[in-house]
Design a protein around this ligand. Structure first.
Ligand code: NAD
Ligand code: ZN
Ligand code: ZN
Length: 350
């Protein structure tokens, strides 16, 4: 392995990330270094780039990229079960590995996250937008088998996050039911495919952009609408006036939360995934009766394995474009302008 490498790093809060030269990590005991195949460019990184200092208890600088897959490059002392060259995907939320949640494979809800002070590689620690990446434990790696790490990388967030959000509502999504997906970007186009694969629900997509509505239809949505009164009317009509069993808000802006509230049904689920900064006006007069509201964060390690099996079966596929590490900054600019179809994946090693 070389001694230094290029990495796309957040140097300071509220300052655009930069491509800089840093040392290649060397694995300590129990650690693994990956040669990065792909690192997905998630919209959360755009939020991170805007957050002021103090929003998160993370120290700068750190390398971005929390949606990572690659090949094992070097293992530290005591690591068993992985060898150089193995294709692996990294589970992204790095918990303590020992609390009750972590032992249930739900490191996304680690009980010691506050003490740890970071959420994982790319989220306070060095992530995958570099040629190599340190993973602190083999517990966080899942073998990819014959899936290419560049194709697979977004599965660990853009697919895992909606998979978890959908799975908790599956009991509602019987044939004849309706699921609404608001925002058909990286996460949303996979949400549509996961709904199609797992449930009997009619799928209604909502997005501001015509090309994203088109992508939604290609991904399996039965209907696709612009946000607004027409979408609300259409959902009412399609559901005999009842509303949707599940509304997944992948944007999380005030407007989309209000829309979600208006298309959800009595005894339905309103699930908030997007970090758009909006909030819900919750009151006796504003919600359908017994409609359950939840925000979700990422998914469990076991769910990641289920997502990989779904991808292997061909039921879900990441619509993606690849970029080089040199183009990382431009890729995020294009993401912020809504110009990415599906997910952009930065491939630092070509
Ligand atoms: P993206 O940029 O790929 O997609 C966003 C989509 O929403 C685009 O198609 C855009 O046209 C559409 N959109 C934007 N505003 C809209 C509006 N007002 N009405 C309808 N559609 C609108 O983003 P992404 O990477 O899929 O991430 C989506 C959101 O989910 C982000 O806020 C991100 O931070 C968040 N996220 C949350 C989790 C979690 O665990 N909760 C995990 C990953 C990402
Ligand atoms: Zn993400
Ligand atoms: Zn834990």
């Amino acid at each position: 392995m070389p001694e230094t490498m290029k990495a796309f790093r957040l140097i300071e809060w509220e300052r655009p990330p930069e491509l800089v030269e840093v040392p290649v990590p060397d694995p300590g005991p129990g650690e693994v270094v990956l040669k990065v195949g792909g690192a997905g460019a998630c919209h959360s990184d755009l939020h991170i780039m805007e957050w002021p200092e103090g929003q998160m208890p993370w120290k700068t600088p750190f390398t971005l990229g929390h949606e990572n897959a690659g090949w094992v490059a070097k293992v530290g002392a005591g690591v068993e079960g992985f060898a150089e060259g193995d294709a692996v995907i990294a589970y992204g939320p790095w918990g303590c590995g020992q609390c009750r949640a972590c032992r249930l494979s739900e490191e996304n809800y680690c009980e010691r996250q506050d003490e740890i002070g970071s959420l994982g590689g790319g989220l306070g620690l060095d992530g995958g937008m570099a040629e190599y990446m340190l993973v602190p434990s083999p517990r966080l790696l899942v073998p990819l088998g014959d899936l290419d790490p560049r194709d697979a990388a977004p599965l660990t967030d853009a697919a895992l996050t909606p998979y978890h959000a959908i799975k908790r509502s599956l009991h509602l999504l019987v044939p004849g039911s309706t699921a609404v997906v608001i925002g058909v970007g990286g996460l949303g186009h996979l949400a549509v495919q996961i709904l199609k694969a797992l449930s009997g629900a009619r799928i209604v997509a909502v997005d501001l952009a015509a090309d994203k509505r088109e992508l939604a239809r290609e991904a399996g949505a039965d209907e696709a609408f612009e946000p607004g009164d027409e979408a609300i009317e259409a959902v009412r009509e399609l559901t005999g006036g009842r509303g949707a069993e599940l509304v997944l808000d992948m944007v999380g802006a005030g407007q989309t939360i209000a829309l979600a509230q208006q298309v959800a049904r009595v005894k339905g689920d309103l699930t908030l995934v997007g970090l758009g900064g909006g909030s819900l006006e919750y009151g006796w007069f504003t919600m359908p009766y017994e409609c359950e509201v939840a925000s979700t964060y990422w998914g469990s390690g076991i769910e990641l394995m289920e997502v990989l099996d779904l991808a292997r079966s061909g039921a879900i596929r990441v619509e993606q474009e690849r970029a080089s590490l040199d183009d990382a900054a431009e890729t995020y600019e294009r993401l912020s302008r809504g110009e990415i179809r599906g997910r952009a994946v930065v491939c630092p090693n070509g």
